[in-house]
Design a protein around this ligand. Structure first.
Ligand SMILES: *Cc1c(COP(=O)(O)O)cnc(C)c1O
Length: 236
């Protein structure tokens, strides 16, 4: 399994590089987030041994249980990103155990995450989730709400606003997501050029196993790839 994961990771890295080349972008402008939800700590350690540093998790309890084990196997600390929906009763644990949160779509959640971020840790990196068009989940703020929510997140003392995130409806045809990716990109550029969100507003989190190349062509700076690295998920 270890070899298989290393092979798949390097295949994904070359597909990222090819997509960057097609879009006339430099390869290091796209970060790969390995979405490890539901996979065992040994699979995470195998990816870490192949050089992967950032891992995405959606199920909080499951993630908290596997983080220490994965880091012990890997022999180093890993960068954990929470990519699932954020409910109020989970904010303390998320603020204490993750470096990034991608699904912030309400000011109330942002305020709780900031208040609960431990002082000993650096600021929590946040992407605001936007429902650009027919999203798979009901989460994500409306596009017209994104500017105010970003401004609010940027002002919170223990959060670092990093960018925008979306989850377009799943489809067999990766081209179906292209307009949603393009819409998120336009919103991102508009907010960035608006000026007040700071230099750290640099991340467009979009694209998954089935459509990450399209997302890169449309400007993604972080792609969230699970099954193409770790294999088919057995549950959830
Ligand atoms: C599960 C998940 C992914 C990864 O999906 P794959 O299709 O397995 O690559 C990416 N983003 C989010 C928000 C997810 O929940």
């Amino acid at each position: 399994m270890t070899d298989e994961i290393a092979t798949r990771l390097s295949q994904i890295q070359s597909r990222i590089a090819d997509a960057c080349a097609r879009a006339a972008r430099r390869a290091h402008t796209v970060q790969l987030l390995a979405v490890s939800k539901t996979f065992p700590a040994s699979a995470i350690a195998a990816a870490a041994a192949a050089g992967q540093n950032a891992f995405g998790e959606s199920y909080l309890q499951d993630a908290l249980a596997r983080q220490p084990e994965a880091e012990a196997l890997a022999g180093r600390a890993l960068a954990w990103h929470f990519i699932g929906p954020v409910q109020s009763n989970k904010t303390a644990a998320i603020a204490g155990h993750f470096a990034w949160v991608h699904g912030v779509d309400r000011a109330k959640i942002a305020r709780r995450l900031s208040a609960q971020r431990p002082e000993a840790l650096p600021r929590l990196n946040v992407c605001v989730q936007v429902n650009v068009s027919g999203e798979a989940s009901k989460s994500g703020c409306a596009p017209h709400e994104a500017a105010d929510l970003c401004t609010e997140v940027a002002a919170l003392p223990r959060l670092q606003l990093r960018g925008l995130m979306c989850i377009p409806k799943a489809s067999e045809d990766p081209q179906v997501a292209r307009p949603a990716f393009a819409a998120l990109r336009r919103l991102f550029v508009q907010l960035r050029e608006g000026g007040d969100l700071g230099d750290s507003f640099d991340t467009l989190s979009m694209g998954m196993s089935g459509d990450f190349e399209i997302a890169i062509e449309e400007g993604a700076t972080l792609v969230r790839v699970g099954s193409a690295i770790f294999g088919k998920r057995q549950r959830h």
